[in-house]
Design a binder for this molecule. Structure first.
Ligand code: IPE
Ligand code: IPE
Ligand code: MG
Length: 241
């Protein structure tokens, strides 16, 4: 039996770090540190399975409203993770790309992101989009504002091209860990026809087996994109419409 092709693009809301830490009587930032470990494991698993694009939600436009010490802990962790993870990602063939509003970030973080992108620009095994200070509403708004500024007509195609994730096809599989079943302002436009899988695992506990479960669930779905089942089957040459 041949294995079905892996989803080309997987998007993940990496949720549950805080609860993972609190359950262990640790500060929330310890959960975020563990979350970085989990991301490293997930990236390697995606490379091994032939996934070509992984897009992860690391910090939302709304996460600024968390307690000051958690926000500064997350910024510090990003700076640390850049220093530690970029050489590994470069060696593993992963290309890094950051998505989000960089204007609100410190110069240190913003230049760290640019350096990480430059250092991995030659890689093509997996494209890792890290959404940082990102929100789906921000993205749609910035895209519309750019078109308006250039006096370009707003169509579905032109708006799509102006979005921050225009360099990749829409996600096939959208995973949220941590038990919540909501989008929380992640890929509002791009998830129009993604298959959703919600996992009760907290992000630090989302391992290779959990990823495989999500991919298996994806393979059991029938993606119809507005068509009927018979049409979709016909496209595979199994039945005629
Ligand atoms: C997700 O984990 C990471 C970020 C939002 C930065 P949380 O910090 O939201 O973890 P929970 O949902 O509180 O457990
Ligand atoms: C979404 O998780 C953002 C990230 C994972 C970075 P949140 O924890 O912020 O989402 P809500 O607040 O539970 O909806
Ligand atoms: Mg959360």
């Amino acid at each position: 039996m041949t294995c079905p092709a892996p989803p080309h693009h997987i998007a993940i809301v990496m949720d549950g770090n805080g609860r993972w830490a609190t359950r262990r009587f640790l500060p929330r930032v310890a959960g975020h540190r563990q979350g970085v470990e989990s991301l490293r494991r997930c990236v390697r698993a995606c490379v091994a399975r032939g996934v070509r694009v992984l897009t992860v939600f690391a910090f939302s436009s709304e996460n600024w409203s968390r307690p000051k010490d958690e926000v500064s802990g997350l910024m510090e962790l990003m700076a640390l993770a850049l220093g530690r993870e970029v050489p590994r990602l470069r060696d593993d063939g992963v290309r890094l790309y950051f998505v989000g509003d960089r204007a609100a970030l410190s110069d240190r973080i913003a230049s760290g992101l640019a350096q990480a992108e430059a250092a991995t620009a030659g890689n093509d095994k997996l494209l890792l989009n890290v959404c940082f200070n990102y929100g789906g509403r921000w993205d749609i708004t910035q895209a519309a504002a750019r078109l308006a500024q250039k006096n370009e007509p707003i169509t579905e195609a032109s708006l799509g091209r102006a979005l921050a994730l225009a360099h990749v096809p829409d996600p096939d599989l959208f995973i949220r860990t941590g038990g919540e079943q909501r989008i929380s302002n992640f890929l509002l436009w791009q998830s129009a026809y993604s298959e959703f899988v919600f996992s009760d695992r907290l992000w630090p506990e989302f391992d290779e087996a959990a990823l495989d479960d999500a991919i298996d669930a994806f393979h059991k779905r029938e993606r119809r994109f507005g068509q009927t089942s018979a049409q979709v089957a016909g496209a595979d040459g199994l039945t005629t419409a």
